[in-house]
Design a protein around this ligand. Sequence first.
Ligand code: SF4
Length: 320
Amino acid sequence: MRHTPSRPHPGREPSMANPRRIYPENAPGEFFVDTRCIDCDNCRALAPGVFGQRPPAAGRDGYAYVVRQPADEAERRAAIAALAACPVACIGSRAGVRPRAAVAASFPLHLHGPVHLLGASSRKSYDGKAYLADLGNHRVMVDAPRWEPHLAEWIAAAGGLDLILVTHRDDVADAARYAERFGARVLVGAADADAYRGPGLQPVAPARPAPLAALMEDPGGPWERLEVIPTPGHTEGSLCFRLDRRYLFSGDHIAFSRLTGRPYGFRNYCWYDWGRLLASVRLLLDHPFEWLLPAHGRYGHLPWPQMRRDLAEVARRGAA
Ligand code: SF4
C-alpha cells in the first residue's frame, strides 16, 4: 500500500477528540479514543494492532479503544490513518496530529492496481468507505466520502473526476460537492436516485448486468472496463460495480466479516428484501472477482474459486 502525502489544507478543522473524556481501557500514550465512538470498525480495519473493540453488552453499545500504542513508525502511520478515517473524530493524538493533517498524510491510500481508498468517511453515509479508481485518463469515485479539500486537490492534481458511482441510497454523503467541483456525472440506481440531490444525476435501472459503456452517452474508452450489476436487496436500487473483472465495489450488498474473514451479508441491516439480496448474491456466482470492496465491513482479497465457494455458502446459509 502507498499513499500520496501533501500539506494539509487551511480552513476550519473538524472537531477534535477530547482527552478528558476517554474510555478507561485506552493504553496510555499518544493515541486515545474518546467516548463519542460509534463502533464503526474503521480504525480496527486500518490499524488492527493498535485499536481493539469492547464488544456490545447489555445496557451499552460496543466501542473501540487503544489496545496498545504503535510499536513502530509503520503502526504509527496506520494509527494516523485511523484518526483520519474516523467519521466522528473521536480518535485523538497527544502529539498534536489533527484530523485534517491526518487526512492529508494518509489518504488517498493506494490499495491495489487502480484502486485507492479515500478515507474521510462521512457520518452522512454511516461512516461508509469510498473508493477512487484511477483509469488513466479518467477517474471514477465509488460512493462518496465527506468533503475534504485535500482529497479534492488530490483528485484535481490527478486530472479531475469524471464519474461518481453510488452503490445505494445510504452512501451518497458529499457526492454533490464533488460532482459540482468537477462536473462529474453521478450514477445511482433508479429506485435510490431520490437520495441524491445535486448536479449530474443519471439514474440507471439495468435489468441485468450490463457494461457501463451501454449506459453512457459516450460509450467506449474506460467505461468498457466497468460493469454495472443490479443487486437489489439491501435497498431496492442497490448496485455493484465490477472493474476489470477483478474488483467488485459492493456497497452494503456483501463484505468481509471482521470476525471470520469471509464474505457475509448484513441481515440485520437489510432495508428492502433479504430474499432478493440472496438472489443477488447468487447472481454474483457468474461474475468472477477477487477483490471485494464494500462500503461497510472489511475489504480484502480471495482467489475467485474460494470467493465463489464462500458466496455460495452465504446464499445457502442465508436461505436456511
Ligand atoms: S473509527 Fe472512530 S468511531 Fe469508528 S470504531 Fe474507531 S474510534 Fe470508533
